[in-house]
Design a binder for this molecule. Structure first.
Ligand code: FAD
Length: 393
């Protein structure tokens, strides 16, 4: 029988951040991460844009980003193992949210108050001021924009591997395998069954399976409102030079950011249902670019009328169908040693450091110590009191 004090199911950025914080603490005992695929080909993490922003409406989300920002700034030094550094390549280019309706502008104003109260340096500007700052952008339909200059983006795969290698150097173990079943006894999960036939005995279990988190929770007979939601992204090059832009998001849910000598971006579709879909580079998502994404890009940055689309890719949000905000903590009223962190939508990279720390505190100290994330727990689902982000998500 294999036995560990804490088993983490899923070893991408969430699971590896938890493994790092648990191993660093020194009180966790044997920490084992079970990961189906160490190439992470189908994991969400490598497909992310890696944006980190303070532009949220809920204090917890702002605070988690405010922990993540300096954390990722010194990540390369802190996660170095011997002479190897992860290379997260933090680009401090800022974030710009754009509102095109009066209603969205109103929400943006009130969110800016919350962000400022939390210590974020945000600047509201009208379309003219926005265009003066970023001349390639069109101000035609802009009611209000909000610029957060301290934000930026990182390389998500480098962050994942940085956490993972550091966790291993601190004693965490990674096991390649797929968890297929759980045995619960009384108030605890006792054993995990792997596809290989191996059985692992666990003191505590963290479900960090991203878009698979709903199916993993179901193995313990627990229902969580988390499902995979396909999200395509596109890489293109522009025929004309464009000045340095921040990461742009607007209320059509369009996002754009520079990537090498080109750009990546996309706009989620609401026509598709939750579920896995791996055909990103043909069929629906290719058509969707022509019909929907490209016109939105050209509306926001007119030079994007002349672009060459070079790649369509994507992954799956782990989507909380209840209120689209993360779920962290215990996920069953009865089972005391089963935890989950999932349902991040597009925020799981920026919040991974705070989430890993929070999970470690919850298990080792029995409570959130550094940052109270109680309002992001399952209790709100049981009580039917949604806690969604307001405005651009
Ligand atoms: C197009 C796109 C853009 C994004 N942009 C951003 C952004 O700008 N900023 C941001 O913060 N976030 C962004 N995100 C969201 C971010 O990528 C995710 O929130 C984050 O990667 C979630 O990480 P995770 O470790 O929880 O899940 P994943 O990366 O999906 O990892 C889950 C892991 O669990 C493993 N697993 C699943 N089931 C089992 C099992 N039964 N047994 C063992 N292992 C299992 C899988 O193999 C996988 O490796 C974006 C996402 C997409 C799709």
């Amino acid at each position: 029988m294999n036995k560990a004090d804490i088993i983490i199911i899923g070893g991408a950025i969430t699971g590896s951040s938890a493994a790092y914080f648990l191993s660093k603490d020194g009180r966790a005992g044997r920490v084992v991460v079970i990961e189906t695929d160490s190439t992470y080909e189908r994991a969400t993490t490598p497909q992310a844009a890696g944006g980190i922003r303070q532009l949220f409406s809920r204090p917890e989300n702002i605070a988690m980003s405010q922990f993540g920002l300096p954390f990722y700034q010194t990540f390369d030094e802190d996660m170095a193992v011997e002479d190897e550094t992860p290379g997260v390549n933090f680009r401090f280019k800022g974030y710009l949210f754009v509102a095109t309706s009066d209603n969205e502008a109103e929400i943006m104003r009130s969110n800016a108050d919350v962000q400022t109260a939390a210590g974020a340096k945000v600047e509201l500007m009208d379309g003219t001021a926005m265009q003066a700052r970023f001349p390639s952008m069109s101000a035609d339909d802009v009611k209000l924009a909000c610029y957060s200059s301290d934000d930026g983006w990182i390389e998500p795969s480098a962050a994942l591997w940085g956490f993972r290698k550091k966790a291993v150097s601190l004693g965490a173990e990674y096991v390649q395998g797929r968890v297929m079943g759980m045995d619960t006894e009384g108030t605890a999960v006792r054993r995990l069954h792997l596809e290989s036939g191996d059985v692992w005995e666990a003191g505590a279990v963290i479900n960090a399976a991203g878009p698979w988190a709903g199916e993993v929770a179901a193995m313990a007979g627990v229902d969580v409102p988390v499902a995979p939601m396909s999200r395509a992204a596109y890489f293109w090059r522009c025929a004309e030079p464009v000045e340095d832009l921040p990461l742009i998001k607007d209320d059509h849910k369009l996002f754009i950011r520079a990537e090498g000598d080109g750009f990546i971006g996309g706009a989620p579709t609401f026509e598709i249902k939750p579920g896995f879909n791996w055909d990103f580079d043909r069929g629906y998502f290719a058509d969707y670019f022509e019909k929907t994404v490209w016109p939105l890009l050209a509306q926001r940055v007119p030079k994007f009328e002349r672009i060459k689309l070079e790649r369509t890719f994507g992954g799956h949000y782990s989507e909380n169908l209840f209120d689209a905000n993360m779920i962290i903590g215990r996920i069953s009223k009865e089972i005391e040693n089963l935890y989950m962190a999932a349902g991040f939508s597009g925020h799981g990279i920026m919040h991974a450091p705070a989430v890993g720390r929070a999970l470690a505190e919850l298990i080792l100290d029995g409570e959130f110590k550094s940052l109270d994330l109680t309002r992001l727990g399952m209790q709100r689902v049981w009580d039917d009191t949604p806690y969604p982000e307001l405005g651009i998500k």
